[in-house]
Design a protein around this ligand. Structure first.
Ligand SMILES: Cc1ncc(C[n+]2csc(CCOP(=O)(O)OP(=O)(O)O)c2C)c(N)n1
Ligand code: SF4
Ligand SMILES: [Mg+2]
Length: 293
């Protein structure tokens, strides 16, 4: 007797009972809708999926998703997500958060997650402001931007997170927007299917403290179909040019940290650990008494 295949999950299957408490019109709604649709398209098993966040308006997102979730500390979604993925490589792991969370207090984690090429997706809801704490400028705020914390304008130069991602060794780099859910859904699907560290900068306007929604809608254009996403120099060039290009800037296939870690564990099984310890202790003994500089 043949059994009918289980029905594919729908976007609504990923909605939790908790209703988002974002301000009406917040861009994060569009990002959340895209995430539900992407999860449904990938038919992710909620029991094998983890959404990890830091702290901020955007970082509330895991509460609204019916998978496993971890609302961690400010700036710390990446180390938590990396730990989850290394401990259990079978899980689908996505880290989410804001521009302040990821690129101010959390910035030290980003290049290392990227260069290690750990197999997770990092989705940043970039509103160029600290929303939760009522409108301080963030690392992606524009120079001269006026905000409650900078009534005379921002003195700093914004961080180009796409160029930072390419330079750091992220193997998938893309930009989407909360107001283009079709493309953002597609980017999340491709990022999660990609084996390695995927970074998506999702423009997601804060309609209360930095509302550029209408302006951004006018400014965005698609990455040209002629762009070669395998060309790192072209990707870096595109990122540096700015101009709100939506799509995939860079994609490369290289071994992930998970693959290498698995190989290391296998190799260690065949190693003579006692011999290694003896050699280590002999070196340690030889080093005692030597001055250090
Ligand atoms: C260690 C620590 N420092 C500062 C804060 C205060 N804080 C909470 S959220 C936040 C910034 C949030 O901005 P962003 O990550 O861009 O998220 P958004 O609210 O814009 O979505 C700050 C500074 C904190 N919670 N913990
Ligand atoms: S303050 Fe801004 S970022 Fe936070 S929920 Fe409201 S609109 Fe969204
Ligand atoms: Mg923000």
């Amino acid at each position: 007797m043949s059994t009918a295949p289980a029905a594919k999950r729908k976007p609504t299957d990923y909605k939790s009972d908790l209703k988002p408490i974002w301000c009406p019109g917040c861009g994060d709604f569009g990002v959340l809708a895209s995430l539900y649709r992407a999860f449904a398209e990938l038919d992710l098993d909620p029991a094998k999926t983890v959404v990890v966040s830091g702290i901020g308006c955007s970082s509330r997102l895991p509460g609204f998703v019916s998978t496993y979730g971890f609302h961690s500390l400010h700036g710390r979604p990446l180390p938590v997500a990396m730990g989850v993925k290394l401990a259990n490589p079978d899980l689908n792991v996505i880290a989410v958060g804001g521009d302040g969370d990821g690129f101010a207090i959390g910035a030290g984690h980003f290049p290392h997650a990227a260069r290690r090429n750990i197999d997770i997706t990092y989705l940043v809801m970039d509103n160029e402001i600290y929303g939760l704490t009522k409108g301080q400028v963030s690392p992606t705020s524009l120079t001269d931007q006026k905000a409650p914390s900078t009534p005379w304008g921002n003195l700093e130069t914004p961080l180009n997170t796409l160029a930072f991602a390419v330079a750091s060794g992220a193997s998938f780099v893309a930009r989407g927007a909360s107001f283009n859910t079709k493309l953002l859904t597609e980017l999340i699907v491709q990022a999660m299917e990609h084996k390695g560290f995927s970074y998506i900068d999702a423009m997601s306007p804060c309609v209360v403290f930095n509302n550029h929604q209408e302006e951004w809608k006018e400014l965005v254009t698609d990455v040209s179909p002629d762009h070669d996403a395998a060309d790192k120099v072209a990707a870096f060039d595109l990122a540096l040019k700015g101009g709100f290009k939506l799509g995939i800037l860079y994609r490369e296939q290289r071994a992930t940290l998970n693959d290498k870690y698995k190989a290391l564990v296998e190799a260690a099984k065949d190693s003579n650990v006692e011999q290694m310890l003896e050699a280590f202790n002999a070196r340690k003994g030889a080093a005692i008494g030597k001055p250090t500089v």
